[in-house]
Design a protein around this ligand. Structure first.
Ligand code: FAD
Length: 391
């Protein structure tokens, strides 16, 4: 049965239906038994636990959001809590899910034709097909709306893709990667489902990452990669369509930021109750309580924000600037929170065994991917002032 988290201080989980709470309880049980025990060793070795994708698929996490695959009617608030539960255990695992479900399946769901959705989404929900999302390039990160160099050239019934991508999550293990490229004819950004076995496609793991070490990120090279027109995402006609996918995934990252903060907070609270200094548990010292209470304030304010942003998605009123503000705000609050929680542990705060160090390091990637704080700030700034300040 579902136990509300003590760190859900205002009990936002009471907004969920019984069915949603039961699904969250099943997910939490899977994470506690199959994932949590192995995350620190895999973080250390920068490897992805074998069988993690089918295991996660068995909890339903890849399919909840999409018409073709959802096991029961559910709310965006529920799906946010799914991201929170994942990141509370490990932000890399939340990211693996976010790439498969949000970025890759989201691209196909939001911009694919009915035939493309029917072909790919059920197999991806089952974890049989692993997906990745290739937008960022070595020379184009924040400016990908206009700066993409990867080119797609139409040749009869086929498209020929040339270029390179960087940072692409899951891409060393993916069966398909959604590649965003500029159409050589009209200069617009289009999306392509590229089977990774296609000649000319190669992916190389990025080494030495010090954040989200379990996620395998890759540099991708595309050399005369040929895909049929049937694999071009039929509803992706310009970057505006790509942005529709990012609006959804940014809100999910905001939820994951709250989860990552909660993971650090829970570890810090546990430690503070056990660690004795000056003759009593440090939890009884005023300045430690200050760190814990400030952390709880950040978590609770952020949770209120992401709950509302998700309700707006269900109401049909969520706009780009709403999810951009949530992403920028909650990831900034997370960065403060994980630092305060690390401080509670003193020296042990930098040792992997105590979990806080992992949440601390992982915060950095969440802060920068899916649009940096600056980019999301500019999206909100444009909305507030009417003036676009990107260039
Ligand atoms: P840059 O764009 O070079 O930015 C560098 C700095 O300059 C940033 O602080 C930025 O905010 C600032 N800056 C840039 N322009 C302006 C401006 N106009 N005004 C003010 N400041 C500005 N991408 C994918 O496509 N697929 C993935 O699966 C994926 N996974 C990722 C996983 C990880 C762990 C990481 C780290 C990244 C991932 N990314 C992925 C890429 C990610 O989205 C980019 O890193 C991000 O968009 C920033 O781009 P950049 O790193 O090239 O930084």
């Amino acid at each position: 049965s579902f136990e509300p988290l003590v760190s859900d201080f205002y009990d936002y989980a009471s907004l969920l239906s019984d069915e949603e709470q039961a699904a969250l309880a099943r997910l939490r049980a899977h994470l506690e038994t199959a994932v949590k025990p192995v995350v620190n060793e895999h973080w250390q070795s920068a490897t992805m636990p074998e069988g993690i994708m089918p295991g996660l698929a068995s909890t339903g996490v890849f399919g909840f959001a999409w018409e073709e695959t959802k096991p029961f009617e559910n709310s965006a608030v529920f799906r946010g809590f799914v991201a929170l539960e994942l990141a509370r255990v490990d932000a890399s695992v939340a990211t693996l899910v976010g790439v498969q479900n949000g970025l890759a399946m989201g691209s196909i769901s939001v911009t694919g034709s009915p035939e493309q959705r029917a072909e790919w989404l059920p197999r991806m929900a089952a974890g049989e097909v692993v997906g990745a999302f290739g937008l960022t390039e070595p020379l184009s990160g924040s400016d990908s709306a206009q700066g993409l160099r990867t080119v797609a050239t139409r040749d009869g019934d086929e498209w020929v893709l040339n270029g390179s991508k960087r940072w692409i999550g899951n891409a060393t293990v993916s069966d398909i990667t959604v590649i965003w490229a500029k159409d050589a004819a009209d200069g617009q950004v289009k999306g392509f489902i590229v089977p990774t076995s296609t000649p000319g496609y190669s992916a190389t793991k990025i080494q030495g990452k010090q954040s989200l070490r379990i996620v395998q990120n890759a540099d991708i090279t595309l050399e005369d990669v040929r895909v049929p027109e049937s694999l071009r995402l039929q509803g992706a006609n310009s970057f505006r369509d790509t942005a529709k996918v990012l609006r959804l995934t940014r809100a999910e990252v905001a939820w994951a930021a709250v989860g990552n903060s909660i993971g650090a907070y829970e570890a810090a609270l546990r430690y503070a109750k056990e660690r004795v200094q000056f003759g009593k548990p440090i939890a009884g010292h005023q300045l430690i309580q200050d760190l814990l209470v400030k952390s709880m304030g950040n978590i609770t304010a952020s949770l209120g924000m992401v709950v509302r942003v998700s309700q707006m998605l269900d109401d049909g009123t969520q706009r780009d600037e709403h999810s951009a503000l949530a992403k920028a705000f909650t990831t900034a609050r997370m960065r403060e929170t994980v630092a305060w929680c690390r401080e509670v542990l003193g020296g042990n705060g930098i040792v992997l065994d105590y979990d806080v160090a992992r949440h601390f390091a992982d915060a950095e990637a969440l802060y920068s991917y899916e649009g940096t704080r600056e980019m999301n700030t500019l999206i909100v700034g444009r909305s507030l002032t009417g003036a676009a300040a990107f260039v």
